[in-house]
Design a protein around this ligand. Structure first.
Ligand code: NAD
Length: 419
């Protein structure tokens, strides 16, 4: 009966059922919490460089409006469909509530391989997507941000397009913008910085010394590359990395300085020395202290969960672990400390919130303030999660999601159902 289908939404639905059972949400209240308030589908026509016209499908899903505007990234990827976007919007809701932000979750996307577009075509598609969304978004309605396949430049085009239609500059319509156009210092690094801040908290809990510890990072975009750099800065040895073009592994440690230099010029890992080339399918199962999936959903299924040989699983990506894998990881809770996605990668939306607040007030903060407030919020959520794990003897993911779902449910109950 629902338009929200596919394996990713199915995963969000099954996770929600576990939480709803755990916190005893009545059966007739569950659909109200799970199903998105609004879903917008648009066709985005653009002129290709060869003069032809191409049409791309775009989506925006706004999950709930109970706590304030909706907030969430925009993904440009070939895999994008309404079910995937809706699942990401639902996860954003639990994430924002967990860390105490006044937002509902949203997500958007365009079904396109961004690598297949020229820069001019990417700008045309970005502007057309935002233009199609203008009736449905706004600084107090729905605020966009980057996600896979989009970046600061795309956010600048979104902001410029929205502003042109309003007849004034409206920086607060998107976050993750360049600092020169109303962005905040520390946003570009925020997600990876948050991942590593929490990984260090987890390391302390399990008595792991980061100096000389080993890490594997899957995905080398905004989240993966910053995570790797922050780990290196703490003395962690990166032994494995991958992106969609290459996979490298060396248990003696990879030459990260040279790799960062290469990706700064070429954008991707391909073209770097093949000396450490490795099978991407086997990467996650290699022994390491800290494992960071920072690319795609559902890369850790039950079979992979049984094979993991890490001590900390820090989920930089959204939805990297399937519900079946969660059952395996629950059995391995003493061996593997899971930092669930809605906590682990929340640094991005926390600093996006800071950016929105700064834009609304036209009063900008120093980076030290951004970083210390970020750490404070993540520390509070981390401690709340662990307290609940201990009190209720549940998994880290169940605890984190229960806190988020409960807050949204309580707000809905207090506001009531109109009319
Ligand atoms: P990005 O587009 O900057 O980078 C994505 C990376 O994943 C690229 O390096 C790409 O090559 C790699 N990749 C794609 N397919 C792969 C494959 N099959 N194997 C290995 N690597 C592959 O995207 P991002 O912003 O870094 O987002 C990555 C993940 O983090 C997504 O799940 C996203 O939803 C999540 N996330 C991002 C943010 C943010 O602030 N950007 C915040 C929270 C969560």
């Amino acid at each position: 009966m629902s338009i929200y289908t596919g394996p990713v939404f199915d995963m969000a639905r099954r996770q929600f059922q576990v939480i709803a059972d755990h916190i005893n949400i009545p059966a007739d209240e569950r659909d109200r919490l799970l199903y998105p308030k609004r879903a917008i589908t648009v066709s985005c026509p653009i002129h290709r460089d060869d003069g032809s016209t191409a049409v791309f499908q775009g989506y925006r899903v706004q999950h709930h409006l109970t706590l304030g505007p909706t907030k969430g990234g925009t993904r440009f990827a070939a895999s994008v469909d309404i079910g995937e976007v809706a699942a990401l919007a639902v996860w954003m809701s639990w994430k924002c509530a967990l860390v105490g932000l006044p937002y509902g979750g949203a997500k958007g996307g365009v079904t396109v391989d961004p690598h297949s577009l020229s820069r001019r075509e990417l700008e045309a598609l970005s502007r057309r997507y935002m233009q199609e969304m203008i009736p449905f978004v706004g600084p107090h309605t729905d605020v966009m941000a980057p996600d896979m396949g989009t970046n600061e430049q795309v956010m600048a085009w979104f902001m410029d397009t929205y502003s042109a239609y309003q007849g004034k500059t409206v920086t607060e319509i998107v976050t993750g913008k360049p600092v020169a156009t109303g962005g905040t210092v520390g946003r570009r690094e925020a997600t990876g910085r948050g991942v590593v801040h929490l990984a260090m908290r987890a390391a302390k809990k399990i008595g792991l010394n980061p100096k000389g510890a080993t890490a594997i990072v899957q995905g080398f975009g905004n989240v993966g590359a910053i995570t790797a750099a922050e780990l290196v800065a703490r003395g962690v040895k990166i032994i494995g990395i991958s992106d969609h073009t290459a996979c490298l592994f060396d248990d003696g440690g990879l030459p990260m300085e040279a790799i960062f230099k290469h990706t700064a010029t070429h954008g991707v890992l391909a073209g770097f020395s093949t000396q450490a080339a490795f099978d991407p399918a086997a990467l996650l199962a290699q022994p390491c202290d800290i494992l960071v999936p920072a690319a795609l959903e559902r890369v850790i299924d039950a079979a992979m969960a049984a094979k993991l040989r890490c001590r900390i699983l820090a989920e930089g990506a959204n939805g990297p672990t399937t519900p079946e894998a969660d059952l395996v990881l629950e059995q391995r809770q003493d061996e593997i400390f899971v930092l669930p996605d809605i906590l682990c990668n929340a640094g991005g939306v926390v600093v996006s919130y800071f950016e929105w607040v700064q834009d609304l007030q036209q009063f900008f903060w120093e980076e030290t303030e951004v970083n210390s407030r970020l750490a404070q919020i993540l520390d509070r959520a981390f401690e709340q999660m662990l307290a609940r794990v201990t009190r209720e003897r549940i998994s880290h993911r169940t605890a984190a999601m229960a806190i988020g779902v409960e807050k949204v449910y309580a707000a809905k109950q207090m506001r009531g159902l109109f009319p």
